[in-house]
Design a protein around this ligand. Structure first.
Ligand code: SF4
Length: 440
């Protein structure tokens, strides 16, 4: 897409805005970046953005109140603040209410804005005295655990749980360590408020050189984009991806509108399509299974000699009985104290439903807490009246908050592993066996 050089406004070129995590995200597509940060297109506030802003406001106000009153929690105030939020924000905040307490002594700030110059030195009043920052970020919550250790909590209200390996998770600890030279270690926590789940990463001062390099590299990329717009040397690249979902050009002005998969269907149409695919896959699978029962494995070879086979595949699952397993493992761990790591990773499955029984209420009251909780982003049935019929699509993403090793001890199974052979629904084996004669 060619951007006219006069599009920067009649009052001449504007200074390059500081590199922030959201601007870095927008650089994934040059056209998106230029639209938002060079042309400064007016972007209507989306519902998710409004929800996020409200949640941040409530949490910041609440935590500031705790600091002022030196309390660890104040649910009355929390409830009063939540009442003023919209239904969706309220739903998300409910989760936060019961599983958070803060040490007011440790809280350094909420919504801490940090601005740095080109040399990574803090600027106190960016643009107030004419100095434009090169890097900036607003940290949701900063806690100081000691003079040398800090924690940044970043609240996310969206639906996907991601690992803390984003640009932001590196950039924010860098900003904080530059602001406070006494910090040796900073933990960055992504907190998915909706689920009460978090992901974290830690950086130390020894990481500073490469963190700075990363920021400098992104800043250079940002500068080059602005130079490109000024010179008009080449067309801007158009790069579709998940960032399309927040791009103001998606439905109006994306140069790739006709082929961009994100703009082909509305969100509702996508869901309907997914449900149609689900049904189609189910029907096709049913017919395939019936054919395979009759004819055995089915084969198809394409023109490139790649072969695809559909057949029933036995999968083996091993279960170990609790009865013998617990004592054998205890003996082992007593004799091998160096196996502590394995001991901590072992989990028991099949307990949740067993301890629900009334007669085991006392057992349920023991201090069992699951070491891993699986959260799935799932799609329910199509219409609201069928909300409670869970019909999961196969592409559900599993998020494991886990210390688990995957080793499971099941009650009631023999300790000598009992391989149970099952024929799973995922019987479709796609085998790409290219004939050797074609390779040679
Ligand atoms: S919608 Fe088009 S312009 Fe916007 S980010 Fe996607 S590809 Fe880029």
């Amino acid at each position: 897409m060619k951007i006219p050089t006069d599009s920067q406004g009649s009052d001449g070129p504007r200074p390059i805005p500081p590199l922030s995590q959201s601007r870095q995200g927008d650089m994934a597509c040059e056209t998106l970046y230029v639209c938002k940060h060079v042309h400064r297109a007016r972007v209507g506030e989306s519902e998710p953005a409004a929800r996020g802003i409200k949640i941040h406001q409530v949490l910041a106000t609440y935590i500031n109140h705790l600091v002022k009153t030196t309390r660890t929690t104040d649910l009355e105030i929390f409830d009063a603040l939540v009442r003023g939020a919209g239904a969706e924000a309220r739903e998300v905040l409910e989760k936060f209410r019961d599983n958070h307490a803060f040490d007011p002594e440790k809280i350094l700030a909420t919504e801490l804005h940090i601005a740095l110059d080109e040399q990574f030195l803090p600027i106190e009043h960016p643009s107030g005295d004419g100095q434009i920052a090169d890097y900036e970020g607003t940290l949701d919550l900063v806690m100081l655990h000691s003079l040398t250790e800090a924690e940044i909590d970043d609240w996310k209200s969206y639906y996907q749980i991601i690992e803390a390996d984003t640009f932001q998770s590196k950039f924010y600890p860098l900003l904080l360590m530059c602001l406070n030279p006494s910090l040796e270690r900073v933990k960055f926590v992504l907190e998915f408020v909706r689920y009460g789940v978090s992901r974290c990463v830690e950086y130390t001062r020894t990481d500073m050189p490469w963190l700075k390099e990363l920021a400098q590299r992104e800043r250079t990329r940002q500068r080059k984009l602005h130079e490109l717009v000024s010179s008009g040397d080449r067309n801007l690249k158009v790069s579709p991806g998940r960032h399309c979902t927040w791009c103001p050009l998606l439905l109006n002005g994306c140069p790739m509108a006709e082929t961009n998969p994100y703009g082909q269907l509305t969100a509702e149409e996508r869901l309907r399509f997914a449900l149609w695919l689900q049904e189609a896959e189910k029907q096709n699978t049913r017919v395939l299974k019936e054919l395979m029962v009759e004819h055995g494995p089915l084969r198809y070879r394409d023109e490139n000699e790649s072969e695809y086979i559909a057949g029933f595949v036995p999968t083996e699952k091993r279960f170990y009985p609790y009865q013998d397993g617990a004592s054998i493992l205890d003996e082992w761990f007593t004799a091998h104290p160096d196996e502590r790591a394995l001991r901590e990773k072992l989990t028991i499955s099949g307990l949740s439903s067993a301890i629900k029984a009334e007669k085991r209420a006392e057992l349920a009251c023991k201090h069992f807490s699951p070491s891993s909780v699986q959260l799935k982003s799932e799609i329910n049935g199509a219409c609201l009246c069928k909300r409670h019929q869970k019909r999961h699509l196969e592409f559900c993403t599993a998020y494991l908050r886990s210390r688990g090793s995957g080793v499971r001890i099941s009650p009631g199974a023999p300790f000598t592993p009992s391989p149970s052979v099952t024929y799973t629904r995922s019987f479709l084996v796609r085998s790409r066996q290219r004939a050797d004669r074609h390779k040679s």
